[in-house]
Design a protein around this ligand. Sequence first.
Ligand SMILES: [Zn+2]
Length: 101
Amino acid sequence: MSEPRVEIADLGAWGSAALLAEYDREDDAIRVNARVVEAVRAVAGSAEATRFIACAIAHERFHRAYPTASEEEAHRSARITCGVDVSCYEAIIRERFRARM
Ligand SMILES: [Zn+2]
């Protein structure tokens, strides 16, 4: 099976629902939100930012493999693969950008 392209990209500003990453089926590309990577690095360090990227890729790869699967299933798969729940990154983002939202 082919592999998707992976990019760290600026996915734009976020509102209350942060976009951590996306899978673009047309381009077969996983894009991880560069602003979130930077926020995690600033709050929790480079190692955690790397772990976030791995977690986001695992999540989007699940969507790629199982297009009709639910968001919950994608979260569960990424948690099993990476040993971390994506909600911890959502908490970091909320804290980091509280003042700007
Ligand atoms: Zn998802």
